[in-house]
Design a binder for this molecule. Sequence first.
Ligand code: ATP
Ligand code: MG
Length: 557
Amino acid sequence: MTDDEQKPASYEDLRANFKIDVPEYYNFGFDVIDTWAKKDRNKLAMVWVDQKGNEKKYTFFDLMRLSNQAVNMCIKYGIKKGDRVMLMLPRTPEWWIFTIALIKVGAVYCPATTMLTPKDLKYRIQAADIRMIVTMAEYAEKVEEVQEDCPSLLVKLMTDGTRDGWVSYPVELDYPAPCSHKLVNLPGMHRTRSTDPLLIFFTSGTTGEPKMVIHDHSYPLGHIVTARIWHDLHPNDLHLTISDTGWGKSAWGKLFGQWIIGSCIFVYDIRGRFHATEILPLLERYGVTTFCCPPTIYRMLILADLDKFDLADLRHCCSAGEPLNPEVIRAWQEGTGRTIYEGYGQTETVLCIGTFPGMKCKPGSMGRPAPGWDIELHDDEGRPVAAGEEGRIAIRANPRPVGLFRGYLNNEEETRRVFQNGFYYTGDKAYMDEDGYFWFIGRDDDVIKSSGYRIGPFEVESALMEHPSVQEAAVIGSPDVIRGLVVKAFIVLKPGYRASESLIKDIQRHVKKVTAPYKYPREIEFMESLPKTISGKIKRHELRELEMERFMNNNSH
Ligand code: ATP
Ligand code: MG
């Protein structure tokens, strides 16, 4: 029997037997990319496609040689172990080439989305003390605009074109002589300890200013859980995760775990306008076998005629990043015949709670703690709560699970706040059922306290999503003179539905029917779209602020 045909292990087996060994020295560039390249010169690592249909393919051997060239360039321009380098690139192959190169150098790389404004960019370069930036010609002006306020930034490299004051990747590759594929001047570089810093991520900024998360060189190993167990990846798979290169999610689904296992990643280079449904013909044409995207994309995909596509090769689908409404799982299942395996984690972690193959899915539940992760639910005093009760998600940090971050950069206060009594508190609330499954309630700040009840927005949003008119919903507590807070829903309607008083009544009746009646939204407001982060997460705190502002205005005279 081949590896691919093996039956998935039971959850209990995985918990008992799955273990990741972390060696003292580890470097993803040398120990994974170069190791594959030497073992199998023709092994495919990446299939890249852009929105115009251009296609490129890279083997591990290609990536070894290309990243070695990039290492030589970085060293030539004075970048050394420990230096911070920002990568602000779209899903162009150079993002992978420079990521691997910087890991080999031992530099600390910092991915950033190309959608940043000059103000965001300045904040990030200053906060992370960035020495070099790697970007494309079209973003050069944005960098130059803030350059004066960023004295740490000494080297600017563009992966296309040439410009005064910039190192040009194409020029460096060829002039005055072809850049060597061999590593020159790499004094003991590969000796990165697994405890050395590897990267700095910015969190999504859903609850406020993004935080800077430091991971060390053992972090890629933690993603074996994400890729091998949760994505169910085997060497013969072609995996697509939809994520901007600026988010932690790229490390989850477009890099570490996938390549450690030796599967191939599929990249769809999205620039500018994008309709989620563009993905469907690609899944069919390239025979993508495993797929992961956030709920916001699934919510758009289920609006398409899914049965028009032949998704026979698609074996396994996952979702993470936000709670996934059971209604979306049902519609995806109906359209594709595949269920969606939910996963929970953060920029600060790898996958730490999930539904895994070989385990029963309970739609609406995030699943159970991943192998290697000890997770409890605590009350405000740090005591475990009973089954069925709301608690704060607490990850045992001692011993430290592989893939848990080292701390927030320049923010000891926040680091101390989240690491307490040997646990890391994720800032989310959940309850556990009798079978040990975790059910997401909401972020600490999102839970609504109304008339003596505690209401998790997710449950109400999921109930709303079951109404035929609702495409998306965000539920918050809105200030109210009598009740303190009332449940309010902001709703985006599906195409073809019009806002009306009778529709509001009908939606309210529906929620009262499918959840406990006290949870129904007393107020409903329709919107064209919900406020979201660049990565597509609903910003409930903005809606709360909006409501507070309206309340203050109405009650100020
Ligand atoms: P910030 O910390 O800057 O406010 P963020 O928390 O959204 O942003 P991420 O690290 O990208 O930044 O997201 C992690 C969060 O996403 C989790 O803490 C949780 O609130 C939410 N999340 C992730 N997966 C799930 C899931 N399966 N169900 C519910 N929520 C999830
Ligand atoms: Mg967070």
